[in-house]
Design a protein around this ligand. Sequence first.
Ligand code: ZN
Length: 527
Amino acid sequence: MKEVKGKRKNKNLSKKNNVQRKKKIAKIVPSDTISLKQVEGPDLKELELDIKKDILFQPPHKRNFLPIFILLFIVFVIAFIGMHILVPTITINGDNPLEITYQDQYVEQGAKAKFLGKDLTSKVKISGAVDTSKIGTYTVSYFVQESIFNVHQERMVFVVDKKAPSITLKGDFDVNICPNSEFKEIGYEAIDDYDGDLTDKVQIKNKNDEVIYSVKDTSGNATSVVRKIHKIDTTKPTITLKGNQTTYLRLDEVYQEPGYTATDNCSGDLTDKVKVTGSVTSGKEGTYTLVYEVVDDSNNKTTVERKVIVAQGTDPNSGVAKKGIIYLTFDDGPSNVTTGAILDVLKEEGVKATFFVTNNGPDYLIKRIFDEGHTVALHTATHNYATVYQSVDAYFNDLKIVSDRVKRITGQTSKIIRFPGGSSNTISRRYCSGIMSTLVNEVLSRGYRYYDWNIDSQDAEGANKDQIYYNVTSNLSKNKVNMVLMHDIKTATRDAIRNIIRYGKEHGYTFERIDMDTYMVRQRVNN
Ligand code: ZN
C-alpha cells in the first residue's frame, strides 16, 4: 500500500517538476550513491526520494516498447492467417508415403490443388519417376504456381521386395537311404525374383532325419524347405543265375549247378547267403524246379527259379522238341500297312504266333500283339547288319534299344530273340569275323533263347501269296518242330496266312507261340 501511494505521489510530482527534476537527475545520477546528508531542504529531500524511486522501480522501456510489441504480434498473427488463406494448397491423392512391391506398376494418383476456394488441380505439375524394377526410395514432386506463389509437395515412394526366394530340390522331398549310410546331397536351386540365383547362399542344416535348406534374399525375405530322410531299405536283392534259366538234361547226364550271384543295394554282395532248395534226379524224366532265395539286412526277400528238364533225346541247349507243332513267326515289323491285318486274321482263326519286332512301326501295334496273346520277341532295333554285327557290344547295344521299347510298351522283358539273317548268316563276316560263334554262346549265357527257322516262306525274296502258301505247306511235317519264317511287313504274307492256317488245321497241326520252353530251332553257324 505504501508503495502504491508513493508511486502516485511521484507521478504527480513528475508532471509538476519535470524540468527541475531532470536538472537534479543530471547532477545526482553520476554519483550513483545518494545520501540524505548530502541533500538539504525539505523540497530537495522529497524530490531526491522520488528520483531514487524512479530509478529503482520505473525502467524506461516498459512504457516505450510494449505497444510496439503488441502491434508486431497482431501483425504477425494476421500475416500468419493470411498466408494460409492466400497461399495455394496441394493435397496428394492416395498414400504418402507409398509402398510398392518390386515390379508392380506405380500408378500416379496425382494431387489436388486449391487457392482461395478455386480448384487448381489441372495446374498441378508432377515430376520424378519411380522405377519399380529397382528397390529403393523415390520422390515424386507436385508443383503448382498461382500469381506470385509457387508451392510444392512431395510423395515418398518405397519400392520394396517382399517376395521370398524359392528353393527347388532335385530328387524327392522324401528320400529313402540305406540304414547304414549317410545322406548324400542330390542338389538344389534357389532363385529370387530380385536377386536372381541364390543357390550359393543356401544354408544346409542336418537335423535328425531332416535336411533343412534355408536362404534369404538381400531384402531379408527368408525361405526354407525340408527334405525328409528315411533310413529304410525297401529294395530287394538281385539274384543272377549263371547258365540258362531253363536247362535241359539228357537222361545220362548229371545236373551240375552252374552257379549264381546275389547283390543288394544296401547289403552288398549276398552270394554267400543264397539258399537253394529243390533237387534234380538224374536219369528220371521230368521238370525239376530249383528255388534260389536270399534275404538282405532289412528283410527284403528275393526268389528266382531255375527249371531243369530231364528228358530222353533232349538237346541240352535247345530244349524239348514238340513235334508236329507249327510256330508262325513274323519278322521285321511291326508295319502300319500289314501287321494289323495279319493280327485280324490270327484273331479270327484263333491262332497265336510270334513277332520278332524292330524299331519299325507304331507302338500301338506292339501293344496289340501283346494284348492279343502273341509273343513279342526281339529282332534288334536297326536290323542293320553293318551296325549290329560290328562287334559283340554293338549287337547288345542295338538289342537293348528294341528290348527297352518292348519293356516300355508291354511292361515285360522279352528274352526270346532272332538274329537278323539268322544265326547261320554269312553277311556278318563282312563286319566282324567269327562274331556269330561268339554271339550264339553269349546270348545263351545272358539268359536269351534264340530261334532260327526250318521252313522259309521266301516272302523276303519276293514270293507272291501262292508261292508263300506253297513254300510253307509243302514243308510242314508231323515229325519235326515246324518253325516258319515270314515277315509281317509283306502284303503277300498278309494275303497268304489265312490259307496256310486253314491248311494246317485241316491236316491236324496245332499252332503255338514261342515261349521260354520252346525248342530252339537252330541253324549251323557259318561265321
Ligand atoms: Zn529280319
